[in-house]
Design a protein around this ligand. Structure first.
Ligand code: FEO
Length: 395
C-alpha cells in the first residue's frame, strides 16, 4: 500500500495491525500502529524515515513499486530508533550512493545501532536542503523523545514531517484524521503523549514556542506513527501545548494491589469518601496487578491526585506497585498531589514506602497515609471513607 498525499509526496510506510506491545513489553498498543515513511519526488528524490526492522523486506518491495531505488538521492533519518531506521541497512546495501541525512546525535545513534561505514550529512535547526521545486527545512527536536530526534518541513506544500512527535499508535486504513475515528485518535494521542513524551514536557513546551515563532503555514502534519493530520492539523500542536504544561483534569486516580482484598476494600472506601465529598470529581480505580500499565499511566497523567495502595509485602510493597511507582518517578510529573494507603499484618511498612516513592516522583503528599491492620472492619472502612473525604477537600 502507498498513496499520494499531495504534489508527489507519498506515504510509503507499513501498517502493523497486530502490534500489541511496543518498546519491548513496556507499552501496550491495543489498536496496532504504523511506521510511516514518506517519499518526496522532485529533482532530488527524498525518502523520509523507514520502518521497523521486521518489515524491512516488505517495505522495500513496496517502495520499489513507487520508485526505483537508484533514483532515491537522500534518506532522511529523523530519529534512529529501530522502528524508523530498521530498514536503513538493507536500503544502503541496495543503494550505496544515497546520502543519509540526520542530526548530529543521529549520526551517533545510527552508527551505534548499525555500525555503517558511511558518510552522513548532518543538519542543524534552520539548515535547508534544496530538492528542486521545494526545500526541506530541518528543525532539531532533541529529547522529544531521543537526543537525535529531528523534524523537517517541506516548503510550498507546507508539510511538517514530525517523526514521533504528534503521533499515535493507531492502525487505520483511512490514514487521515479527517477520515478516522476522532475519539480513538484523541485517546491514542493522549496515551502516546502520557507514556512516551510526558517525561520531556518542559522541552516540548519550549519547542512548541520555537515552532510557533517560526510562523510556518502548516497544511499537513505527517508523524511517523498513526494518522496524518490533514483537517485542522495544528490542533495536535495545541493539544501538546496543553499537555506539556502540568496537565490535569478534574480526576483522581486510585491505584492499588491486593492479596486478600483488604487493600481493595480500602481503595473502594476511599473512592466512596471522595465521591461523597466531591461528586463532580471523576474517579478511576485501577488494580496495578491486573490492569494495563500504559493505560494506568495515562489515567495518572490526566489526574490531579494519585492515591496509591499496597499491602505490606515482606519489608516493602507489591512488585506491580513498586514497578509502576518507579516508572512514574521518571516522568517528573508536576502539579499533582499524592497519598498512600494499604493493609498490613506485622508492620505497616508499605504505606511509608509508597509515600517515599510518591515524593520522589514529585507528588505533593497529602495526609499521613491510611493504614489498616489485617482485614478492615466496618470502623476501618468508615475511617478510609473519611480519609477519602479529607483528600477530596485538599483538591
Ligand atoms: Fe517511534 Fe522513538 O520511535
Amino acid at each position: 500500500m502507498s498513496f499520494e498525499i499531495k504534489n508527489n509526496v507519498y506515504w510509503v510506510g507499513v501498517i502493523d495491525w497486530g502490534l500489541r506491545k511496543f518498546h519491548g513489553e513496556e507499552l501496550s498498543t491495543n489498536n496496532g500502529s504504523s511506521y510511516n515513511s514518506y517519499l518526496i519526488k522532485d529533482e532530488k528524490n527524498v525518502l523520509i524515515d523507514t520502518v521497523y526492522t521486521p518489515f524491512a523486506e516488505e517495505f522495500i518491495n513496496n517502495l520499489q513499486k513507487e520508485i526505483s531505488l537508484e533514483e532515491i538521492d537522500c534518506i532522511v533519518i529523523n530519529h534512529a530508533e529501530p522502528d524508523h531506521s530498521g530498514a536503513l541497512p538493507y536500503l544502503i546495501e541496495k543503494m550505496p550512493n544515497a546520502k543519509i541525512i540526520c542530526s548530529t546525535n543521529g549520526m551517533k545513534s545510527i552508527n551505534g545501532y548499525y555500525h555503517l561505514d558511511k558518510e552522513m550529512t548532518v543538519m542543524k535547526t534552520g539548515d535547508t536542503l534544496n530538492i528542486g521545486s521545494r526545500e526541506l527545512v530541518f528543525v532539531e527536536n532533541q529529547m522529544i523523545h531521543w537526543p537525535d530526534s529531528m523534524m523537517c518541513y517541506l516548503t510550498k506544500d507546507n508539510i511538517l514531517f514530525s517523526n514521533d512527535a504528534f503521533g499515535q499508535h493507531y492502525a487505520n486504513k483511512a490514514m487521515y484524521n479527517s477520515k478516522a475515528d476522532k475519539c480513538l485518535i484523541y485517546s491514542e494521542s493522549l496515551k502516546y503523549y502520557a507514556n512516551i513524551v510526558a517525561p520531556f514536557s518542559k522541552k516540548v513546551a519550549k519547542k512548541i514556542e520555537d515552532v510557533l515563532a517560526m510562523n510556518l503555514t502548516i497544511n499537513y502534519i505527517c508523524p511517523s506513527h498513526g494518522i496524518i493530520w490533514d483537517e485542522n492539523p495544528t490542533q495536535i500542536i495545541d493539544l501538546y501545548a496543553k499537555w506539556a504544561n502540568s496537565y490535569q483534569e478534574n480526576q483522581v486516580t486510585i491505584i492499588y494491589d491486593t492479596m486478600y482484598n483488604s487493600t481493595r476494600k480500602m481503595a473502594e472506601a476511599i473512592a466512596c469518601g471522595i465521591s461523597e465529598e466531591s461528586p463532580e470529581t471523576k474517579i478511576q480505580l485501577l488494580n496495578t496487578g491486573t490492569g494495563d500499565k500504559s493505560d494506568i499511566i495515562t489515567e495518572i497523567f490526566r489526574s490531579k491526585m494519585l492515591i496509591a495502595g499496597s499491602p505490606t509485602v515482606n519489608n516493602g510493597i507489591s512488585t506491580s506497585m513498586a514497578g509502576l511507582l518507579e516508572e512514574i518517578k521518571g516522568f517528573a510529573l508536576t502539579g499533582k498531589k499524592g497519598s498512600a494507603f494499604g493493609s498490613y499484618g506485622w508492620n505497616p511498612l508499605g504505606v511509608k514506602s509508597i509515600s517515599n516513592k510518591l515524593q520522589e516522583g514529585g507528588f505533593e503528599l497529602v495526609g499521613e497515609g491510611m493504614k489498616v491492620n489485617w482485614n478492615p472492619d466496618e470502623k476501618a472502612l468508615s475511617d478510609c471513607k473519611e480519609y477519602g473525604k479529607m483528600l477530596a477537600k485538599s483538591l
